[in-house]
Design a binder for this molecule. Sequence first.
Ligand SMILES: [Zn+2]
Length: 221
Amino acid sequence: MRASQRLAGHFYDSKGEDTMRRISVLTMVAVVFCMLCALSPAGEAAGKAIAVVSVGPVDEALVERVAAFARGNTALRVSPARKVECSETSLDAIGKKALESLGEDEVVMVVLAWPDEAVEAHGWRLPESAVSVVNVRSLKTDGVTDEVFARRVEKQTMLSIGMLLGMEACPNPQCALWDYSTLEELDSKGRNHCPPCLDRLQKKAVEKGVELDLDSPFRMR
Ligand SMILES: [Zn+2]
């Protein structure tokens, strides 16, 4: 009784009940509106992506696996993997040609290439360039298991993404950004970016407009 009297002194009269009801309805409308905004495709499309494409006879399942790994382990938006038709043979020409297919919503591109002619280099990249080529063919050495081979491609892709977004080599041999010299070193290094590198990578990516998956366990910021 005393409580209702105290309330009546402030706003709890019959007119106040209408106001309260109106406020409740408005609050619910606002909450639903915000939920719809969060779910809308327009909101998702606002963030840019990293492209992972293949050139030449690279196994489709491998390309999808690598794109999914990069997406899951960087927490950054990676476009669905796609194939690019290209008749070039050198890594730099393949990279330049593939880059012509960069989408409007994509900022950088990793090309998983199987050149017609064997090239020794594991990859190609120009400083300040938006494209990096992973020479998949050179990573498929005699006797390598499918799993080790796939991991080599994943490591090269994670290294490429880091370099494309402005990262530098990392002294941690378990980091994907560690600068290896031999195939043995490539096989022994980690596939993921170490936590400090991942944090910096995500900062640089977001600055370039790349969408960060806010629900990812790999989100650092
Ligand atoms: Zn690192």
